[in-house]
Design a protein around this ligand. Structure first.
Ligand code: XIL
Length: 377
C-alpha cells in the first residue's frame, strides 16, 4: 500500500514536470556542445547570473552582448545599496538601478535585488551611522525598505534583505554596527517583516559571506533557525562564495552539507556572489581554479533547493577583486578578452550534471523501478 502511494506521488511529480529535468538527448547536454551557461541553466531548472554595472553595459558592446546571452539573472553590483540609492536622508537616486532593471527586463533576465540592509559598518552611510536615537533609526530603516521594496515590487524577483549580519572572520557573532547598538538583534527580524510588507512576492534572502568554517556555519544556522522560530518571513539563504582558490574554500562535502541543512529547514539556497581568485603562485592555476569552481557549483547543485548561482561579474576584465585584493587574480569564468576559461567549462559541466541528474527522491524511484525518464520514454 505504502509503495503504491509512493509510486503514485512520483508519477504525479513526473507528470507535473517535477524535479526531473532535461533528458540526456538534448543537444546542449552533449559534452562539448557550444550552448551557453544560460541555456544549460534553463535545462537544469536553475538560474545562472552575474553582477553588473550600467557603465559596463553602456561602455563596452562586447560585454553588453555576452551578459544577457550567457546569464539569465542579473544583480546590480552596487546600484541598489544604500550609499548609491540614498546618499543623504532626503535624496533617493534611482536612475542607475532603474537602468539595470530595464536592461534585465528587455533581455528576459531575473533581477536579484542587492541589498536592503548591509550590516558591514563601513558600508552604512555616514548619515545613518550618525543617528543616535533608536526610534529615529528604526523609522529611517523601515521607510527605506518600504520605499525601495515598493518601487521594485514585481520587477525584482528576490531581495538580499540583510547582507552579512555576522562578523566576517572573527568570532561568529552578530556584527557590531549602529543597528545592533541601537535596536538590538531584532533589527534583522524587523527588516524581513518590512521587506515582506513592501514586496510580498519577492523571495527574501539572508545573504552571508565566508561561510567556510564549522563555527561560522553553526552561527548562521542558529541565526536562521531562530528567525524561523519567531515566524520571520525568510525564504532563502544566500552564500556569497568569494573563495580564494585552494585557500579558503569550504572543505570537500561541507558546502553540500550546509546547503542540505538549509534545505531541510524548508529554505531555498543560492550561491550569490561566486568568484574564485587564484594566485599566480598556484601551479596550473586555470585548471586548479576550474576544479575548485566546478566542485563548489556541483556541491550546491546536488541539492534540489539550490536554485541559482550568480558570479560576481563574469569577465576578468572587470572585477572588484583587482582593487579589493590585488590585480591579476583572474576570478571569473571569462578572461580579459572574453575567451571562455577552463572555469567556464567546469561551470557548464556542473549545470549539465544538474540537468540530467535525478535528485534523492527520484533516486528512490529508480530503486523502485519507477524512474520518470523511463515513464516518459
Ligand atoms: C562590492 C562591489 O563589487 C565593489 O564594487 C564595491 O566597491 C564594494 O562592494 N559582498 C557583497 C557585495 O555583498 O556587495 C560586495 O560588492 C562584495 C562583497
Amino acid at each position: 500500500m505504502l509503495m503504491r502511494r509512493v509510486g503514485f506521488l512520483l508519477a504525479l511529480l513526473c507528470l507535473a514536470g517535477g524535479p526531473v529535468r532535461a533528458l540526456p538527448t538534448d543537444p546542449c547536454l552533449e559534452p562539448g556542445s557550444d550552448c551557453t551557461l544560460r541555456e544549460l541553466a534553463d535545462l537544469a531548472g536553475v538560474r545562472i547570473g552575474a553582477a553588473t554595472q550600467p557603465a559596463l553595459i553602456q561602455g563596452d558592446p562586447t560585454y553588453a552582448e555576452i551578459l544577457p546571452r550567457e546569464f539569465g539573472s542579473l544583480t546590480p553590483e552596487n546600484q541598489m545599496k544604500w550609499v548609491a540609492l540614498r546618499p543623504d536622508r532626503d535624496t533617493y537616486r534611482f536612475g542607475p538601478a532603474d537602468e539595470l532593471v530595464a536592461f534585465a527586463e528587455a533581455n528576459g533576465m531575473r533581477v536579484r535585488g542587492h541589498t536592503l540592509l548591509w550590516s558591514d559598518p563601513i558600508r552604512i552611510p555616514d548619515w545613518v551611522s550618525a543617528i543616535d536615537d533608536p526610534v529615529e533609526l528604526q523609522g529611517v530603516l523601515d521607510e527605506h525598505i518600504d520605499t525601495v521594496g515598493r518601487r521594485y515590487a514585481g520587477r525584482v524577483d528576490a531581495w538580499d534583505v540583510v547582507n552579512e549580519p555576522l562578523e566576517i572572520f572573527g568570532p561568529p557573532v552578530l556584527r557590531d554596527n549602529v543597528y545592533l547598538d541601537l535596536l538590538g538583534p531584532d533589527y534583522i527580524a524587523q527588516a524581513f517583516h518590512a521587506a515582506r510588507a513592501a514586496d510580498p512576492g519577492a523571495v527574501l534572502f539572508l545573504n552571508e559571506t565566508q561561510v567556510t568554517s564549522r563555527a561560522k556555519f553553526d552561527a548562521l544556522y542558529a541565526l536562521v533557525t531562530d528567525l524561523l522560530a519567531q515566524g520571520v518571513p525568510i525564504d532563502a539563504v544566500g552564500l556569497q562564495g568569494h573563495y580564494l582558490t585552494g585557500f579558503n574554500e569550504p572543505a570537500p562535502g561541507f558546502l553540500q552539507e550546509m546547503v542540505q541543512a538549509f534545505a531541510d529547514l524548508g529554505l531555498l539556497v543560492e550561491l550569490t556572489e561566486l568568484d574564485m581568485p587564484v594566485t599566480p603562485l598556484t601551479p596550473d592555476r586555470l585548471e586548479a581554479q576550474a576544479r575548485s569552481l566546478g566542485r563548489v557549483m556541483s556541491e550546491c547543485l546536488a541539492v534540489e533547493a539550490c536554485q541559482g548561482i550568480t558570479f560576481w561579474g563574469f569577465t576578468d576584465r572587470y572585477t572588484w577583486i583587482d582593487s579589493f585584493l590585488a590585480p591579476g587574480l583572474i576570478p571569473l569564468p571569462f578572461d580579459v578578452d572574453y575567451q571562455k576559461k577552463p572555469a567556464w567549462f567546469a561551470a557548464a559541466d556542473a549545470l549539465r550534471a544538474r540537468a540530467v541528474g535525478e535528485p534523492a527522491l527520484l533516486g528512490l524511484a529508480a530503486i523502485l523501478g519507477l524512474g520518470c525518464a523511463r515513464r516518459r520514454a
